[in-house]
Ligand binder design. Structure first.
Ligand SMILES: Cc1cc2nc3c(=O)[nH]c(=O)nc-3n(C[C@H](O)[C@H](O)[C@H](O)COP(=O)(O)OP(=O)(O)OC[C@H]3O[C@@H](n4cnc5c(N)ncnc54)[C@H](O)[C@@H]3O)c2cc1C
Ligand code: SF4
Length: 334
């Protein structure tokens, strides 16, 4: 392992000034991504800023109905929180479908937002990988691209999926990421936070150098909505999604009055399916309208040699989730 400086921060200001605009510095939260990648020499920070002492552990309901989550709230604490379970079931379910209990106990909200891709060519340290070494090529495009490679939002430079479950639920709910950095504080809309690979796959998010995520604030829950997360994967636990859907719907009788749909395992970022949502609005519940919307969600999909199956699988993740949510009386909060 390479040597690096280590500093433990007692305030956000101290964390930000210690990190500075140094692109080789890294914040340390739960460490479940960072230490993994340092050990295999993929991330090479020269300065590690430990933020575990910062006062960013609260989950608060704001006066306008939104919910503010501190960056250091663990995935377990967030999933088990009473208000999250009752008003944002989709988020609780997404969190509990991720990783393992031990990992969720350490993994933090901001760390999950910032987790790196699981593409094996990125992690092996020797293959061509534009994300790890810009301009070197992408071994996945002609290589094995079955499980952690996308069909939506890909480019000729990179096709790796964003691996998070939590972020898919947040994309459906709507959220704001608050950051503090060398130039002060600012808010970033959740859908603008993760970047498409385009020609710059090494740029994964909208943070400027040195910016620290302090909070993620969820939009107020849709009134009288029901929501759920469905994750389809090779094994029932300890596995990333091949395809997943986060769905939130409101109904009037058998008519869909509002719908939010986001997808995981199929996109290069947590994927909000806005056109599918429009197609659902005003439709009667039932297989025909669900299948139609699911088709629209994958209209621009690009399949690769081994992952074409993700298109029908992702469509099924939408149809099944909607079918379950609209059928279950106990999901109805109205
Ligand atoms: C075996 C395994 C299986 C997994 N399975 C899943 C899964 O099924 N679903 C899923 O969603 N995830 C899964 N994960 C990923 C896991 O959820 C992430 O590793 C975790 O959420 C990262 O959080 P952390 O607090 O440990 O972050 P860290 O490892 O501490 O940090 C991760 C990155 O975020 C940066 N960072 C941390 N905090 C901040 C902040 N406040 N502001 C700015 N930057 C920050 C760090 O510098 C680093 O670059 C898995 C991980 C492992 C190891
Ligand atoms: S898909 Fe992206 S992360 Fe994987 S090898 Fe290609 S450039 Fe690297």
């Amino acid at each position: 392992m390479r040597s690096f400086d280590y500093a433990r921060a007692d305030s956000t200001g101290q964390a930000v000034s210690t990190h500075g605009a140094n692109e080789q510095a890294a914040y340390l939260a739960g460490g479940t991504t960072l230490l993994d990648l340092v050990k295999i020499d993929i991330m090479r920070p020269d300065q590690v800023v430990d933020i575990n002492r910062l006062d960013l552990n609260e989950i608060e309901t704001l006066g306008d109905g939104r919910t503010r989550i501190g960056a250091l709230v663990t995935n377990t604490a967030l999933a088990r929180h009473d208000r999250i379970r009752s008003d944002y079931a989709v988020l609780s379910e997404a969190l509990l479908s991720g990783a393992t209990t031990q990992l969720r106990n350490k993994a933090t909200t901001a760390g999950n937002v910032m987790q790196r891709v699981r593409c094996p060519y990125f992690r092996d340290g020797v293959s061509s990988c534009n994300k790890r070494e810009p301009g070197s090529g992408c071994a996945a495009i002609e290589g094995h691209n079955r499980s952690v490679h996308a069909v939506l939002g890909t480019s000729e430079q990179c096709i790796a999926t964003h691996p998070s479950d939590m972020c898919v639920a947040m994309a459906a709910i709507g959220a704001t990421v608050t950051v503090e950095g060398p130039d002060g504080q600012r808010d970033i809309g959740f859908l603008d936070f993760h970047l498409l690979p385009g020609d710059t796959p090494e740029r994964e998010h909208a943070l400027k150098p040195g910016e620290l995520i302090t909070h993620v604030t969820l939009d107020a829950p849709l009134e009288n909505s029901r929501s759920g997360y469905l994750k389809l994967r090779d094994r029932a636990s300890y596995q990333f999604a091949l395809a997943s859907s986060a769905v939130i719907v409101t109904l009037e009788g058998d008519t869909i009055t509002n719908a939010r749909v986001a997808l995981g395992g199929v996109g290069t970022k947590p994927w909000r399916a806005l056109e599918a949502e429009k197609a659902l609005k005003g439709q009667k519940i039932g297989e025909a309208s669900f299948t139609h919307a699911a088709g629209i969600a994958f209209k621009g999909a690009t399949p690769y040699a081994h992952n074409a199956f993700k298109i029908p699988l992702g469509q099924q993740a939408i149809v099944r989730n909607l079918t379950t949510l609209t059928a279950q009386e106990d999901r109805r909060t109205s």
